[in-house]
Design a protein around this ligand. Structure first.
Ligand SMILES: [Cu+2]
Length: 316
């Protein structure tokens, strides 16, 4: 079983070369950038192993019955209606399979849904891959993602500008529609790149809150293993810690209306110093300067992003 899980987890990974971008012909989940997503990867592969074993077992039974009990091989069928051992087996075994599925499923849900106690983690000295004591010492970064028709508003409730309001900006898609439309406007993947991306620091505990201003949306970034409904009048929460710098893409995942497909989420994960500079520049009100600094920092890191000339804000 373990071997099968290992085998299945190796096979699809070869198809995923880049992090967090949907791939043409890709068959596996997007590469994991958080511990939550790593756990979901493991669970996915584990389920595929269970499904494969059950499917092969049922196929073998069907083949066996076809060969051994067809009319020629077995002209006189036996007539009986009960077999107690078999009835016990086909009651108990499915229950055991469901327990084997529910166990890791519930533990993943618990890990995902419960914001960790950072004080306890900072004090912990155990060698647990699920916790990050150094990150816990620095506390939470809180970001709110509000879904609108058809874009996202990001705000940092803990970071106030000179007027005393939280730092806030709107993130619009750079391109809408078919591959033949607006080719020049697309700096990143089609229908995924945005003008003002959400910027977050690497290796920090991030708490996200999500709500909506109009209809139900869903804040989803596959590489982070998060998908949380953004509901008007209600604040839903979750958390993650991103372990790798880079650009990550997600989309609204609730069928929210006619431009549902065009409210992408772009997250740039940068080092702490770049993030600090960015948010300080945002606080001062210089939005273009802030996002230019991110572009330059990522260009220096061999990012595939080009200039910021095509930003909607600058075009307007
Ligand atoms: Cu939406």
């Amino acid at each position: 079983m373990r071997f099968l899980v290992a085998l299945l987890s190796i096979l699809p990974l070869s198809a995923v070369a880049h992090a967090a971008v949907p791939e043409q012909g890709g068959i596996n989940l997007q590469d994991a950038a958080t511990r939550i997503m790593e756990r979901l990867h493991w669970f996915h592969n584990y389920l595929v192993a269970i499904i494969t074993i059950i499917t092969l077992f049922v196929l073998a039974l069907i083949v066996w019955v076809c060969i051994k009990y067809n009319k020629r091989a077995n002209p006189v069928a036996r007539k009986f209606s009960h077999n107690t051992p078999i009835e016990i087996i086909w009651t108990v075994v499915p229950v055991l399979i469901l327990v084997a599925i529910a166990g890791p499923s519930f533990s993943n849900l618990f890990y995902q849904e419960n914001q960790p106690d950072l004080e306890a983690i900072a004090a912990a000295d155990e060698d647990n891959p699920n916790i990050y004591p150094e990150a816990a010492e620095q506390g939470w970064i809180t970001v709110k993602a509000q879904g609108n028709q058809w874009n996202w508003t990001y705000s940092f409730p803990d970071v106030l500008d000179d007027g005393g309001y939280p730092v806030e900006f709107v993130s619009n898609p750079l391109q809408r529609g078919l591959s033949s439309d607006n080719l020049d406007a697309a700096r990143g993947p089609r229908n995924l790149a945005v003008d003002y991306p959400l910027v977050l620091p690497v290796n920090r505990y991030v708490r996200y809150q999500t709500a909506a201003s109009d209809v139900i949306h869903s804040f989803t970034v596959p590489a982070f293993g998060i998908k949380t409904d953004a509901v008007p009048g209600r604040l839903n929460e979750g958390w993650f810690l991103i372990e790798r710098e880079g650009t990550y893409y997600g989309q609204c995942s609730e069928l929210c209306g006619k431009d549902h497909a065009f409210m992408p989420i772009e997250v740039r994960v940068v080092d702490q110093a770049t993030y600090d500079t960015w948010i300080e520049t945002l606080r001062s009100g210089d939005f273009d300067g802030a996002f230019d600094s991110i572009d330059q920092a990522q260009l220096a890191n061999n990012s595939d992003r080009t200039s910021a000339d095509t930003r909607l804000a600058q075009a307007e």
